[in-house]
Design a protein around this ligand. Structure first.
Ligand SMILES: [Zn+2]
Length: 451
């Protein structure tokens, strides 16, 4: 007798594109073949999840893996183990903080070589548009990057400089010509320069140094340039609700603009950040509770296409963390939050308290980012899609122990928090993702237009 050629994933709570219901999901050759009523599938190998929810694997389109070059901050093996453990089955890696950055075909090759054989989930790559590389954009686009990231203010690393207004115009003109997506870190350098710069351990001083207006001014300028050039633009990690009216107006005017926000802006607030706890530092910053409520309202209204981690770790010393002997100086600390493994429970904890359902979370964290990146085989439990699946217990509580995470460095602002929602098993193309030290990585490098 031969092994059955298909597997049935049976759950009383499968999160499907048209809602949650009891279902049998039939998987054949790594793809979802059929979605049937609960109990209707016969034969095959049965994976009965009982009351556990069955979700499509999450797509995290904003992750800084940092390999090669800064692998001590995070690497492909550690990042993708964390992703799998957190229910994320597709990661799209940002073009900076690795050395070289993904701004040339050579940089793209270096990334691919670093990733090959080390990834536990599927990985795609964003390219970067920086001063002087306009000629590299089309070759990178043809080679399969998912779009191009640019900064409008200093990025934090020298090898990835930001664009001036003229350079942005040039880049967006080229991206419009080749029909590639521009993804933008939008803070305005002049507004940042004019803001009070008071170093030290007080979070309020750091917050004052990155005001709402830095985001709003940058987004306003970007939308004008997008309007003139016809480029498709995506605003990364919106932190300030001051950006929202600008986005609404631009959309009403026909500008092709989408936006994302992140778990830390939706679940944390400035009022809660302890002085000196630089694990909370990111740019743009976590703002106050009133602002957070406005972001939730915008999310409810469909104004964000995605909620993604912006996982951007560094070593503890660069975070100036007090518990590693650092001075807790927010101005000097690396700006980036580590949360790749925790995005789903962080968002679910807050979303449930606010009356949202798992279908909403899946829309924000799986279907939405898949559509942003143009992934046709990810982001839904439906026939023809990759069988990237997650068994999720929406009622399980756990307390975050940074030492127990797969992130390379045990630093996260969620340390010590009790979150609700636990990933029990993750499958990639129908196969259980095992992240043990001796496990075989199952992930594949994916390219735009082919996944
Ligand atoms: Zn980022």
């Amino acid at each position: 007798m031969t092994a059955p050629s298909y597997t049935v994933f049976r759950s009383r709570s499968a999160v499907l594109p048209d809602g949650s219901r009891a279902a049998d999901v039939v998987v054949r050759d790594g793809k979802i073949a059929e979605v049937l009523p609960h109990g209707a599938a016969t034969g095959g190998e049965l994976v009965d999840l009982g009351d556990l929810a069955l979700l499509p694997g999450l797509v995290d389109s904003h992750v800084h893996v940092n390999e090669p070059g800064r692998t001590e901050w995070e690497g492909f093996a550690t990042a993708t183990r964390a992703a799998a453990a957190g229910g994320v089955t597709t990661v799209i890696d940002m073009p900076l903080n690795s050395i070289p950055p993904t701004t040339t075909p050579h940089g793209l090759d270096a990334k691919r070589k670093a990733a090959e054989g080390r990834i536990f989930v599927d990985v795609g790559l964003w390219g970067g548009a920086i001063p002087g590389n306009t000629g590299d954009l089309e070759p990178l686009h043809r080679a399969g990057v998912f779009g191009f990231k640019s900064f409008l203010a200093p990025s934090g690393v020298d090898e990835f400089p930001h664009l001036t207004g003229d350079q942005l115009e040039q880049a967006l003109t080229e991206l419009a010509r080749i029909d590639a997506l521009a993804i933008i870190h939008a803070e305005d350098p002049a507004v940042l320069d004019a803001a009070p710069q008071q170093p030290g351990p007080h979070y309020a001083d750091f917050l004052a140094s990155r005001p709402d207006d830095a985001e709003a001014t940058a987004v306003a300028g970007l939308l004008e340039t997008a309007r003139r050039t016809g480029a498709r633009v995506h605003i990364l990690h919106v932190s300030s609700a001051a950006v929202l009216p600008l986005l609404r107006q631009a959309r009403a005017d026909g500008v092709q603009v989408t936006a994302e926000t992140c778990p830390h802006y939706l679940t944390l607030a400035a009022e809660q950040v302890p002085d000196g706890d630089t694990a909370f530092k990111c740019c743009p910053p976590i703002r106050d509770e009133t602002n957070r409520d406005l972001l939730w309202q915008a999310l409810a209204d469909g104004e964000f296409i995605a909620v993604v981690s912006d996982h951007s770790p560094s070593t503890p010393d660069l975070k100036h963390l007090a518990r590693y002997g650092g001075d807790g100086d927010f101005a000097a600390a690396w700006g980036g939050i580590a949360s790749l493994q925790l995005g789903l429970p962080a968002i679910w904890t807050e979303a449930r308290a606010r009356g949202f359902a798992l279908t909403d979370v899946v829309r924000w964290m799986s279907a939405g980012p898949a559509s942003l990146a143009g992934l046709c085989t990810k982001g839904a439990i439906a026939p023809g899609m990759d069988a990237d699946l997650v068994a999720f217990d929406p009622d399980a509580d756990f307390t975050v122990d940074p030492e127990g995470l797969h992130h390379r460095n045990p630093v996260t602002p969620y340390a010590g928090r009790t979150l609700t929602g636990a990933v029990r098993t993750t499958w990639l193309r129908g196969r259980v993702v095992n992240v043990d030290a001796d496990a075989q990585p199952l992930g594949r490098l994916i390219v735009r237009g082919e996944a």
